[in-house]
Design a protein around this ligand. Structure first.
Ligand code: BYC
Length: 480
């Protein structure tokens, strides 16, 4: 059976892989039928106008630690998407939930078929969704360096879709093949056939939204993938582990992108001695208040991706061994959560209260809390920039209940600092907390295409260094 991943990826195959696809003809044929549908989807909804573009991309040549260090120009439609799993550990045991200490599953147990398929489909659905959301950004890139990073992220999201589709085809028979087709049919933002999770139907219409998305939402990807990398279903654990190695670059793009916007704004504010947002805008850079509104939006929309704070789905995913906690192996407890409790916040009789709930049911809240710690650390790093310029402004994360549509805060109105408001107060005040159409319009008005090597749009500072130790003015994309 095609199940023994090699370190090295075989690029001589029609579908590059390290799962010995050539020895499972039925699976190979099924995936070869899906491949043209994927390529038409990419052509229709992937990065626009890239047919004459060569981009300096990294392509994985093996799944070992340095497997990614392979860079070169790739003509975008000729990118080689494939199937890469980290090698199997023959002795791997399930290390949490009801099946703790049993050998990890190499196949899907009948009783978990439906929830596992659902998790894989939900994960898989986010990957093409993000590519669709970012389709038009290339037309307004602030530099060749940024254009290259956008396309690197896009091709890897495309590969993450392959990763989930492989699992669906290989382990879920006909239902899996149908789900794989449906993954190419849903569309981000389509009223009739939208993507599954709400954040993936939002628009990413300019580069500020893109950097915020890759900082906040790709980091949800990191935490969800890390929870799935603990799974008792070994092929899911192995494929998500390899996906995590790619995710680091996506979050880097977001964190450094916002940092460069901040840097540029602070430079102009200092140079020209400006504090007022409208004066700052008049210089063609993004004022700090607008950046904060984007933080509020992207943070709150991403928190919805963790699902309800109290969730019986999450509890059964855990007891079944399908999805663990973040860093499960490093947590010093019995990995069963039997009678443990966990503190959550919710609203009771119009007030914010702390409540202890069974830890098993609070796993979404716990993963979200782990995530919040990491994004707070990112904000702290961003805040060193205005601090370095002697500008008193600091970015803050909104309270977890702010602007939520999923979970226990849905239907309530909280300010970013956690005050509970009436609907009327919310309607009056929320425009100051979330990006308005005018904010989008303003940010959009700054976007223009900069494609001269080494040049950057006025609203963003250059990066600290180039890709793969190359200079910043390297020609990261070539048009011909
Ligand atoms: N939008 O018990 P609940 C990434 C539904 S990002 C719409 O609250 P559960 C990436 C839920 O389906 C990571 N619906 O939640 C980033 C359920 O529906 P049913 C993606 C939602 O099940 C950037 C109901 O509400 N991966 O990789 O515990 C670029 C009650 O469910 C939402 C994953 O998410 C929502 N936000 O957890 C590219 C991992 N939230 O049963 C890629 C896989 C909940 O009533 N997914 N619902 O029909 C999961 O583990 C879980 O599905 C969730 C939800 C954590 C998302």
């Amino acid at each position: 059976m095609a199940d023994e991943p090699q370190q090295t990826i075989d690029y001589s195959q029609h579908i590059p892989n390290n799962v010995d696809l050539a020895n499972d003809r039925a699976l190979q044929r099924a995936l070869e039928r899906w491949q043209p549908a994927f390529l038409s989807w990419w052509d229709e909804t992937g990065p626009s106008n890239t047919s004459n573009l060569e981009v300096y991309l990294r392509t994985a040549v093996s799944v070992d630690r340095d497997g990614w260090a392979n860079f070169g120009y790739v003509r975008m439609p000729e990118y080689r998407w494939g199937i890469f799993l980290t090698p199997r550990d023959e002795n791997r045991k399930i290390h949490f939930g009801d099946h703790k200490n049993e050998p990890a599953w190499q196949d899907v147990p009948g009783e978990y078929r439906s929830p596992l398929r659902r998790i894989i489909v939900t994960q898989g659905d986010t990957e093409p969704a993000s590519v669709e959301q970012q389709r038009l950004l290339g037309a307004t890139c602030p530099s060749l360096y940024d254009l290259r990073n956008l396309f690197q992220v896009n091709v890897e999201e495309g590969r993450h879709l392959w990763a989930m589709v492989y699992l669906l085809h290989r382990y879920f028979g006909r239902d899996g093949r149908e789900e794989a087709e449906a993954l190419l049919q849903r569309r981000s933002g389509d009223a009739n056939n939208p993507r599954i999770l709400t954040a993936f139907n939002e628009r990413t219409s300019h580069w500020l939204a893109y950097y915020m998305f890759t900082f906040f939402t790709d980091r949800d990807g990191k935490f969800q993938l890390a929870a799935l990398a603990e799974s008792a279903f070994d092929p899911l654990a192995r494929t998500t582990r390899f996906m995590l190695t790619e995710e680091a670059h996506h979050m880097f793009v977001g964190e450094s992108g916002v940092a460069r916007v901040l840097q540029r704004t602070c430079e102009i504010m200092t140079e020209r001695n400006l504090t007022d947002a409208s004066q700052v805008r008049a210089q063609g850079v993004i004022d700090l208040e607008t950046l904060q509104r984007f933080v509020n939006f992207h943070c709150s929309v991403t928190l919805d991706l963790f699902g309800s704070e109290v969730s019986s789905n999450a509890a059964s995913f855990y007891t079944g061994g399908l999805k663990g906690r973040y860093g499960e192996a490093n947590i010093a407890d019995n990995h069963a959560l039997g009678t443990d409790s966990y503190g959550i916040q919710e609203i009771e009789d119009g007030a914010l209260v702390n409540r202890q709930v069974p830890a098993l049911t609070a796993l979404n809240a716990r993963l979200r809390d782990d995530y919040m710690r990491e994004i707070q650390a990112g904000l702290d790093r961003w805040n060193r920039i205005p601090e370095g310029f002697g500008i008193p402004f600091r970015m803050t994360l909104p309270q977890v209940g702010f602007h939520r549509k999923i979970g226990s805060f849905a239907g309530h109105h909280l300010s970013p600092d956690g005050r509970i408001l009436s609907k009327e107060d919310w309607e009056q005040q929320s425009a100051g907390w979330l990006p308005s159409d005018k904010d989008h319009e303003f940010v959009g008005s700054l976007m223009g295409r900069v494609i001269e090597p080494g040049k950057f749009a006025n609203w963003i500072a250059p990066p600290v260094r180039g890709i793969n130790n190359l200079p910043i003015e390297f020609e990261y994309a070539r048009f011909n």
